[in-house]
Ligand binder design. Structure first.
Ligand code: ADP
Ligand code: MG
Length: 206
């Protein structure tokens, strides 16, 4: 499984400014990539290229054995009356797992994200940080090849954001390429690799 950028550049419109150019990187499962840069540097744009929602203006995005791509957005959304656990169990059932093993896997994901004590709480009664961690657990529950996470801590206060940052570490998964767009230095530090779109001398990558 490989997701790769080859000399990718993008801009909107015929003569708009380039948001980024010359991006070349291979993304591997098991790693958590921080995609950083100030607001407007093109982080969300690059995520949509990686999700095949649009094509880059130059260069190529290569997809090898990438089946499912999942997103986690900045604002958690769920069904207010359903339990937290249901939000994680449903995508597992949707993959075709039997109810008993779906429940075991959902329990395991809830503890991995520190959510066991709120498993039976209604989504509508979760705090902002709990809801965001639940979105990470739900994102992994569908077992995507690629999990794209856009600004997971943007709406959170500092302390809550710190708990989400530790949860970012828990998202690393041998089956999944995880990419987190963030302008938060601490979220960046929680990731295993960094790709910066915002440095003044142009994009910077490992
Ligand atoms: N569909 C679009 N059409 C034209 N311009 C866009 C579109 N989407 C984003 N932009 C512009 O491209 C720039 C980068 O946006 P974005 O990728 O959302 O950056 P970031 O996520 O880093 O804040 C911004 O100036 C934004 O206004
Ligand atoms: Mg954005």
């Amino acid at each position: 499984m490989l997701l790769a950028l080859e000399n990718v550049g993008h801009r909107y419109g015929r003569d708009g400014d380039w948001l980024f150019r010359g991006l070349t990187i291979d993304f591997h499962p098991g790693e958590v990539y921080a995609l950083t840069g100030p607001s407007g540097s093109g982080k969300s744009t690059l995520l949509s290229l990686l999700a095949r929602r649009s094509r880059p203006r130059e260069g190529a995005v290569r997809f090898t054995d990438i089946e499912k791509v999942s997103w986690v957005f900045q604002n958690p959304f769920g069904s207010p009356h359903r339990t937290a656990l249901d939000h994680v169990a449903l995508p597992i059932l949707a993959r075709g797992e039997k109810p008993a093993s779906a429940e075991d896997e959902a329990d395991e994901l809830m503890s991995r994200f520190g959510l066991q004590s709120v498993a039976q709480r209604r989504f509508g009664d979760l705090s902002g940080g709990e809801a965001q961690r639940l979105m990470l657990a739900r994102g992994l529950a569908s077992r995507p090849s690629v999990l794209l996470i856009d600004e997971p801590t943007a709406q959170l206060d500092r302390r809550t954001a710190e708990r989400v940052d530790s949860a970012i570490r828990a998202v690393a998964d041998p089956r999944t390429i995880v990419i987190v767009a963030t302008h938060d230095e601490r979220t960046r530090a929680a990731c295993t690799k960094q790709l910066d779109l915002g440095s003044p001398e142009g994009p910077d990558y490992p």
